[in-house]
Design a protein around this ligand. Structure first.
Ligand code: NZQ
Ligand code: ZN
Length: 385
């Protein structure tokens, strides 16, 4: 196992009908800004219930954080939060709203040009202060509710925002709030969570038994409850397990002390930035083709994945690996996700565009060993066509 520090201060409030406890989580004298997206949270009554739970506290609302949140929108929210002397931010939504809120919490105190917050990548931002924030999750997918990451779109590119100051203080995970999700968003969420686990698991063995077995447990759970949640709005037991799987997939625990390979995410982000394909969907398209291309580098873990996640025990090594990858792709397809770029009208010219944008972003040495260059990215994309 590799050395690691594990830090996760977010309090999780999990379960149905617990939103009244919001009152105990935020200081009574705080002025709260409730931040949400394009309207689903208002339309389905979640904002009303949040307002009620906050009682007499001073509060303002900011709506209109779009999927793949835009820098300009978030700067408007930042100005409003500053003008209104807000001292607590409450995100009500999915990954985009939670990520956007993290950016606002830093931008409110950042003295220089706010876009600089986006340019420090995984080294973390040079910020020293953030407004405290909490989340009410309406879409299980990103794990943003319990991590220090955010992704913001600036000049048509997706940039990371990373700071330990932006861990939410608390997150409410009530599966009831997810019942209004369109099927397509459930599919995206399942794919996103599944790929988060894969990218912290399918690398090379480091004898990290706890992390491996936890990852396998989360993936097996998603294989069970993903299709159920996709098909059945009322299966609350499945929905609860889906929700906790998504948080567990990216709250730092399974990723501590193991190598990571975020190549699928890096390629996927570019597909979203250039062609607007939803985040989870881009990952489901890329992952199977990336695994086929990287079979040799990932051989040992792919065999473990075939055995322990898919119960594949028969056949040669090559056959077991191929079967596991095919089954992974079929799983995404069973959630209504087409895993072919041509379906999204992306041709070879489009692929060249993706590769050249990745070069501009400096994404030229990907994978757990940084040996996955743009030539291989192109090969993966061509095979996914
Ligand atoms: O905007 P509204 O009207 O609320 O509609 C949203 C949005 O259109 C809708 N929605 C959310 N909850 C709903 C609902 N509709 C009905 N009922 C509900 N309960 O769903 C749509 C998509 O929402 P969004 O927040 O964009 O989706 P998701 O949670 O998948 O977040 C995607 C964003 O997260 C980033 C992605 O890059 C992308 O920008 N990521 C963040 C990560 C992190 N913070 O750790 C890691 C991820 O890998 C990812 O990159
Ligand atoms: Zn993701």
């Amino acid at each position: 196992m590799l050395d690691f520090n594990f830090y996760n201060p977010t309090q999780i409030v999990f379960g149905q009908n617990r939103l009244s406890e919001l009152d105990q989580m935020i200081p009574q004298d705080s002025k709260v800004m409730i931040i949400y997206g394009g309207g689903s949270a208002k339309k389905y009554g979640t904002i009303g219930r949040v307002q009620e739970s906050l009682g007499k506290r001073a509060k303002v609302e900011f709506s209109g954080v779009e999927p793949n949140p835009q820098f300009d929108t978030l700067m408007k929210a930042t100005e409003m939060a500053k003008n209104e002397n807000v001292d607590f931010l409450l995100a009500v939504g999915g990954g985009s709203v939670m990520d956007g809120t993290k950016f606002i919490s830093l931008a409110m105190h950042y003295e220089k040009e706010a876009h600089e917050i986006l340019f420090f990548g995984f080294e973390g931002v040079p910020a020293t202060k953030a407004t405290p924030l909490g989340c009410v999750v309406t879409l299980p997918a990103t794990g943003s509710e319990s991590n220090m990451f955010g992704v913001v779109t600036y000049n048509n590119q997706k940039y990371p925002v990373v700071s330990p100051l932006t861990f939410p203080q608390f997150s409410f995970l009530d599966p009831e709030f997810t019942k209004t999700l369109p099927q397509e968003q459930v599919a995206n969420g399942v794919a996103d969570a599944f790929v988060h686990v894969v990218e912290q698991y399918l690398t090379y063995p480091v004898d990290a038994r706890v992390q491996d077995r936890m990852s396998e447990g989360v993936m097996r759970t998603l294989l069970e409850v993903g299709p159920t949640t996709y098909q059945d709005n009322e299966d609350m037991a499945a929905r609860k397990n889906f929700m906790w799987s998504a948080t567990t997939a990216l709250n730092g625990l399974i990723g501590a002390g193991v190598p990571h390979d975020w190549a699928t995410h890096m390629i996927g982000h570019e597909l979203t930035a250039s062609y607007g394909i939803a985040h989870g969907r881009t990952l489901a398209i890329i992952l199977p083709y990336l695994l086929r291309e990287r079979k040799n580098q990932k051989r040992e873990k792919l065999l473990q994945y075939a055995h322990r996640v898919w119960d594949i025990t028969e056949g040669s090594e090559e056959e077991r690996i191929d079967q596991a990858i095919d089954k992974t792709e079929s799983f995404f397809n069973s959630l209504g996700i087409v895993t072919k770029l041509s379906h999204y009208n992306i041709d070879e010219k489009g692929i060249d565009n993706v590769v050249s944008n990745m070069e501009k972003m400096g994404l030229t040495a990907l994978s757990e060993t940084q040996d996955l260059g743009l030539d291989t990215v192109k090969k993966i994309l061509i095979s996914a066509m």
